[in-house]
Design a protein around this ligand. Structure first.
Ligand SMILES: Nc1ncnc2c1ncn2[C@@H]1O[C@H](COP(=O)(O)OP(=O)(O)OP(=O)(O)O)[C@@H](O)[C@H]1O
Length: 368
């Protein structure tokens, strides 16, 4: 479900579909912390610092994650199933189950979501940041008309009149490419792509500044997937939203996003401009993930995408050292003992691997 929330301190008056984002509202960069490679001079819209998430049973699902998203920027989060992508998304809006241990900072517009009172968290959901989940059929309420579902947060959190909320719901539907008249449809009367458009309209209902899209097109066929991705890109650029898009599909992320962070076993192991990370990954895991997807125009990989042997580790029993070392084709003996921090791998890029950076590793020193 898209989270429910109350108003926001940057509340705008009345229905508005193309909010002009006042750049002056973004405050100056704080003195310390944040993503060390962020080149922006403005305060990021989202600034995640040293985020750790451990579930009640001991699964360390997110470990020491730092990342930023600026207004108008599209950050992709890639990784295999179980690497912690959804946990990261849920943590951003404090949607994790009780008993989960979360430490670090999640600064949304400079305000730490982790230390907010619950009333404020509810205010930030919807209007500060909203989530589009995969599988709209499960997220929409089957017994309510989609227009009413879009209007509900507008009524609750924008204090609109019923007529005003209905009008804005219709406008939102048109904005995502559906006729306003479809507001009277029930979810089962819409196709999968139409339902996903409704989910996007709902996510935009209270003019959020950041949209988190968790596998928004996974359940859709390739043609509809392309339409939805184009729609998301268009909305982000029109409204100068920040976008965090989560997917296991590096190719989709490299087409949609500006930057890409690759996660493995709860950590970001590689980060940089999306196209560069996809086409020329520096971390062995990034390389393996990239090789697993076909590239148009590259006959070699198009017809023979390569898989990565083995499975991601159990986050409750992580391997020592670099957690990727048991699956890594170029691991050194030392990788079983020492983990690597993210380090500069090239201009504007970082990777967490012993083979990356100033230390040159001779071929004969490699263990396999
Ligand atoms: N509520 C929970 N309690 C305990 N462990 C959990 C819980 N939710 C997720 N996990 C574990 O945390 C790890 C990360 O899961 P998460 O769903 O964040 O990964 P993911 O990368 O989003 O995977 P997918 O692409 O399959 O959704 C997994 O090992 C998962 O089993």
């Amino acid at each position: 479900m898209v989270p429910r929330a109350a108003g926001h301190r940057h509340r705008r008056r009345g229905p508005r579909l193309h909010p002009v984002r006042a750049r002056g509202r973004i405050r100056p960069q704080p003195q310390a912390g944040g993503d060390p490679l962020s080149t922006s001079t403005a305060q990021p819209l989202l600034d995640v610092r040293d985020l750790e998430v451990t579930y009640a049973g001991g699964a360390a699902a997110v470990r020491g994650v730092n990342l930023t998203v600026n207004a108008g920027q599209k950050l992709g989060i890639a990784g295999e199933s179980g690497c912690g992508k959804s946990t990261l998304a849920l943590a951003l809006l404090r949607l994790l189950p009780s008993g989960t241990r979360v430490t670090g900072e999640i600064l949304l517009d400079g305000e730490d979501v982790l230390t907010m009172k619950w009333g404020r968290v509810r205010a930030v959901r919807w209007a500060g940041a909203s989530i589009v989940f995969q599988g709209a059929m499960h997220s929409l309420n089957a017994v309510h008309r989609v227009g009413d579902q879009i209007a509900e947060p507008i009524l609750l959190h924008r204090k609109a009149t019923p007529a005003g909320a209905r009008k804005k719901a219709g406008e939102l539907l048109e904005h995502v490419g559906l006729p306003a008249a479809r507001a009277s449809a029930y979810p089962h009367e819409l196709s999968g792509g139409q339902r996903q458009r409704v989910m996007i309209a709902m996510a935009l209902a209270c003019d959020p500044r950041l949209v988190i899209a968790d596998e928004p097109t996974t359940a859709l066929d390739v043609m509809i997937q392309a339409q939805i991705l184009r729609l998301i890109q268009q909305l982000v650029s029109e409204q100068e939203l920040g976008l965090m898009m989560i997917s296991h599909d590096l190719a989709v992320l490299s087409d949609t996003c500006d930057r890409l962070a690759v996660m493995y076993a709860g950590r970001v192991v590689e980060e940089g401009p999306a196209r560069q990370v996809y086409e020329d990954a520096q971390h062995p895991y990034g390389q393996a993930l990239s090789a697993a997807f076909p590239r148009i125009g590259d006959a070699g990989s198009r017809f023979a995408p390569r898989g990565l042997p083995g499975d991601p580790p159990d986050p409750a029993a992580l391997p020592s050292g670099c957690t990727f070392h048991p699956r890594c084709a170029v691991a050194l003996d030392s990788c079983a003992a020492e983990d690597q921090a993210l380090r500069p791998a090239a201009p504007d890029r970082r990777a967490a691997c012993v083979h990356v950076g100033p230390v040159a590793v001779p071929e004969e020193a490699r263990s396999t």
